[in-house]
Design a binder for this molecule. Structure first.
Ligand code: UDP
Ligand code: MG
Length: 319
């Protein structure tokens, strides 16, 4: 915990050829200004464009400063960051997106905050430059996560963050497949802080998150931190049953008031009620299946990712 702690910068890269040259140039400039030992770890998450070549070339041109980790296919941003963590040697580990939405220049204030003895420093994007839909889903996620973990952070989605070595080590020991790093980190952190950072529009290329990937991510997040949905399920089940009992009583009373003819027409009401039940059961099975599926993949114990090759040698000494 001193102003000379070494820094590892981990950047996941997936088809970012258009952003890489500027990203590397600006990150290197930041490293020089930091004036402490620094390494940049570029994790290629199975890119199909020229990203791989670009990383290879920058590693060759900057020995000791840049390390490339190549995954054999696309495993997703969080798995890629984990692969980077496994290589990181610095006392402080910073993660950053490759698309220049988080300006690399913001690393300096982040590291400065870490020097105050923080375990995790997050960042809040102001002003946020994403679509309304993204902002809304982020809002939901942040509220939910804060509620469940008890750690109030305003922006769990922003990956411009820094972690102390111990927290990274703890995260590496978590072997579940679906991880959401900012949340996982907070479960091991004692002192956390947040700083405000600038947020830019994505420079080149499109977001690598389709709607489907986003939905997956939200599910990962939810099931990785809590079994609350299972409990909600039982509560919902009880409520639905009570509703059914109430409606049954109501129909019985109305039958006495309006006679049997009305009751025959009430068959349709019963159908409606039945549909509610069937719907509820399907939701229940879906959520249960979600957990069972996760148990299944974790029990299989497959590696979360597979490193094909590591190029370059960091000048930081192994911890
Ligand atoms: N990324 C990755 N693997 C993926 C998707 C994304 O390594 O499967 C990287 C991507 O290259 C970028 C970061 O994760 O560095 C964030 O992705 P993106 O900017 O597309 O997400 P958004 O800003 O839309 O949340
Ligand atoms: Mg982005």
């Amino acid at each position: 915990m001193s102003a000379s702690d070494s820094v590892s910068i981990v950047i996941p890269v997936f088809n970012e050829e258009a952003n890489l040259p500027e990203l590397i140039r600006r990150t290197q400039a930041v490293c020089r200004n930091l004036a402490r030992s620094c390494e940049i770890i570029l994790v290629d998450d199975g890119s199909r464009d020229a990203s791989r070549d670009l990383i290879n070339r920058s590693v060759a041109a900057n020995p000791g400063e840049i390390v490339g980790v190549f995954l054999n296919r696309n495993y997703g941003q969080h798995a890629a960051v984990m692969a980077g963590f496994a290589q990181a040697r610095g006392e402080i580990v910073v993660t950053l997106d490759a698309d220049l939405q988080n300006p690399p220049e913001e690393i300096a204030p982040l590291v400065k905050k870490m020097d105050e003895g923080m375990d995790v420093v997050g960042s809040i994007r102001v002003p946020r430059r994403d679509s309304l839909f993204r902002r809304f889903s982020s809002f939901l996620v942040n509220k939910m996560t804060a509620q469940v973990t008890g750690v109030v952070m305003h922006d769990y989605g922003c990956m411009l963050r820094s972690y102390r070595r111990g927290v990274v080590q703890a995260m590496l020991q978590c072997h579940e497949r679906s991880t959401f790093i900012p949340v996982l980190a907070n479960s091991f952190a004692r002192r956390t802080a947040e700083i405000e950072v600038r947020h830019e529009q994505r420079r080149e290329g499109a977001s690598k998150y389709s709607l489907w990937k986003l939905i997956n991510l939200q599910f990962d997040l939810l099931t990785s931190i809590t079994t609350l949905p299972l409990r909600l399920l039982s509560i919902a089940g009880v409520l639905i049953s009570l509703l059914g009992v109430g409606l049954g009583a109501l129909i019985l009373i109305l039958r006495f008031i309006w006679g049997p003819e009305w009751a025959a027409m009430g068959v349709f009401t019963l159908f409606a009620i039945l549909f509610i039940f069937v719907g509820g059961q399907f939701v229940a099975m879906g959520v249960m299946g979600e957990y069972i599926g996760r148990t299944y993949t974790d029990v299989r114990g497959r590696p979360r990712y597979f490193v094909e090759q590591i190029v370059g040698q960091s000048r930081l000494k192994a911890p």
